[in-house]
Design a protein around this ligand. Sequence first.
Ligand SMILES: Nc1ncnc2c1ncn2[C@@H]1O[C@H](COP(=O)(O)OP(=O)(O)OP(=O)(O)O)[C@@H](O)[C@H]1O
Ligand SMILES: [Mg+2]
Length: 303
Amino acid sequence: MPEALLEMRDVSKTFAAPGRQVHAARSVSLALNAGRTLALVGESGSGKTTCARLIMREYAPDSGELLFRGAPIDASSHRNMRAYRQAVQMIFQDPFASLNPAHTIGYHLGRPLRLYGHGRSRAERQAAIAALLEQVKLDPELVGRFPHELSGGQRQRISIARALAVGPEVLVADEPTSMLDVSVRLGILNLLNDMKRGLGLAVLYITHDIATARYVAEDIMVMYAGQVVEWGPTESVLGQPAHPYTRLLLSAVPDPDRPYSAGVGVGAELADIDRIRREAAAPQPLAEEVHPGHFVRPIPARV
Ligand SMILES: Nc1ncnc2c1ncn2[C@@H]1O[C@H](COP(=O)(O)OP(=O)(O)OP(=O)(O)O)[C@@H](O)[C@H]1O
Ligand SMILES: [Mg+2]
């Protein structure tokens, strides 16, 4: 495999909550590669957004490091950080909150173009805005409209266009479809696939919906209680899930290709799964490779 564009190496982040510590990310390692999507799946509170925020440098890691093109990110260098912020763009869950109601679509797309020096003249910028709207399959006529005049799906396309405006290499999409009407979700996922294939972007797709991971992601990581419990090629992980928590997630998904028995036996393992959470501060067991490139972290032994 070629050198990863972006890597998290053994990154941990702990938050202080009243009376306890929340291990939101425990020694998380992941790699994002050009032209590929990595899905990060897990239940609410498992640490997915924490990973996204660590990548976006909204949080500094307690330990571990982030590498961009193989080099540690130098937070003390303004130039370095600006280049990183340009290269790594985020799409948020809520397309309603992420656009300013007081500004037109043209403003939202023109601003990043201006800030990052794409399109020097006004005419150049207008052409670039029209091209961005076409890229996300929206009518260029929308340029003068305000966010409230657009549907949720259209707004999410604008968020994607805004991310593309700066010419990113990595896209972090945190639950990009969960607030959208079911009927428009597939369109957004198709768009992410287009960006990956057409522009060669590296995509981190965060979701609690393991079924959609199969549709967009070559690789998948399953998170539970701040830990990555299973990871590898999507086909292998979803086809031959080795961790009880992965099986639990899959058992909740109606899938015509999988026998219903996929979830059978999970009940007996629930107590084991729960132990991962309760022993969140204990050292993690080493991962085992169960199929080529497909790893699982064994559940800590009962004490
Ligand atoms: N800024 C913060 N301060 C304190 N605790 C936090 C903070 N951010 C996250 N947490 C805690 O860290 C844990 C992981 O949260 P995170 O938002 O990463 O989960 P998530 O997997 O994105 O969940 P969801 O699917 O609900 O978005 C949770 O217990 C959460 O309460
Ligand atoms: Mg989240």
